[in-house]
Write a protein of this length. Sequence first.
Length: 617
Amino acid sequence: MLASEIRTRLQAFNIASQDEKSRLVAQLINSLVSAREAALLLDTGGALSDSGQLGPELDDVISRLENRPYPPLVIVAPRMIPRKLRRSEDDISYVAVRSLPRDACERLVSGLLKDSGTTVSAAQLEELVKLTDGHAFNVYRMMEEILDRGIEPFLANPSLFIEWKHRQSSEYVEKTMFSPNETKILSLLKQLPELDFEAIISSLKLDPSTAADDLLRLTNLHVIESESGTFKLSPALRVALERDRRLRLTDSDEKEAMRSLAKSIVVRLEEGTASLSLVDAAVLAGLESNEFVEGFTSVFLLPSHSVWLAKRHYDQRRWGDSIRFAREALKAPERLSLQGYVSACRFMCLAAARIGDHEIFVEGINKLKARARDDWAKSNIAFLEGFNLRLKGYLPEAEEQFRKSYNLAPGNISAAREIAAIALARDNLDEAERFAREASEHAPTNPYILDIFISVLVRKHGRSARHSSEINSIFDVLEAVDKDGGGQSFFATRRAEFEHLWGNNKLAMTLIEDAIQKTPTIFEPHRLYAEILLKDGNKTKALEVIEKLGQMVNSRDPNERRSNYRLYLKTYSKYLVEVERYADAKEVFDDASIFTNDERLAAIKDIEITQSFKARK
């Protein structure tokens, strides 16, 4: 079509009445039938009203469509239209895209693979089905990657697909607003696999009528799913919902809800008025609330329930509860698989390292060493030893353990990330880049890995960093990740470091102050702030910031511990050099558990060079 013809048609459409516009749109859609085509209308806001009803303009167009009952129009919306708001003409098919049962998902994946001429083994098919989370959208996206890459390369490293899957679900959840009651319901379903209506309203003390409307809305939004009278989080959204910080009950409300659930479900199960699918919920609620699991429900109590709770509490930074449930699981080691046993020991040691409890850490490590029969278990031991040493600030020893863990399990991304972070802190930029690059290939949008990677590249490239397309592209990804994460400071911090080292120190000051405002309890923005102030000549303010760094690394905060103690000492030494206290600056490096002898000698040499230069000047 010529541009002049497009202009004429657009002008004619603009001056038409609303009725004429609806007729013209319907006419265009109707004309698709003869071409054996269909229109896909993707609703990004506007097709449905706030209540979930079709907008009046679109409703009018649908009334004018021909070829019923199958007009050539498909509307894809992020939620289902409630039954009471659907068209009275009953001329539209409403299809909710919910997760598929496992056998249906397997048939879909198997059929698509067969159609594409791809042959897979039973084990490969099982792995593919797990990756989909049972959702059709994920199935088709996965098939695109398999056709592009091949089945073996895809299964060897499906990280790009996993990142896409999590990003899609996170974006959807973040844009969805929940009422206070909906927040409570989702917070409860985060803790337990599934619950029925009575269990939800009784434990949260909700009005049945209001709760019914809330559950209907959450179902229409595909956030929860209902099956055989019970409700559960949508499998495709579970990870995103578990990460959502809005969805959390207060400690007192959660304990009361769990206590009420444990008692009521057990009674109902024994009376035969509750589904057997609630057994797991009853057991977990009983363990969570410290209520004794009584009656025939106690038969179903397994150590794996405690492992599940240990993981959940660790993810929620409840270190004491994580240790408690890990210990409970390890009371019956003969009833745990090797993987379950290792997981219980792992959460016990990780949480103990966080709070600095040496006795509990040693207890967990000794239990793990007693059952470490293969390289995977031994790799976990080395990783945990390294993690504990890192939190104490002993980076040289920690790096040795992380390398041992990595060598026992090549491709261990957790170990690679830790090695990269320690190598960066020890100024070993080549090793830091190697391991950060490997980790980023598996998790290209992980902000913690990108934070390490870009810091390495900025320091290695020097003044040419401004012209590096790789660095600029990572900054773009990090900025987008920060926005999705709701105000994290990764981008502002690393951009400030970039400007401080190779650009505008004043701009670096603005950026780092913004980062501190967003995340006031994080160590790294404050450390960079001190260095930026020193470069700016504001030694008094720099000392104030450094004293705050000292308080952070010497606190008992389990999120901090002494993992940044080395960086604090190096920053303090820079300040001492600036105020010409050279002997004190050298003395900072005397701690042999923090610095190796070679590192100490190299640091002292740098100080002496600066000292002699200033003396000549």
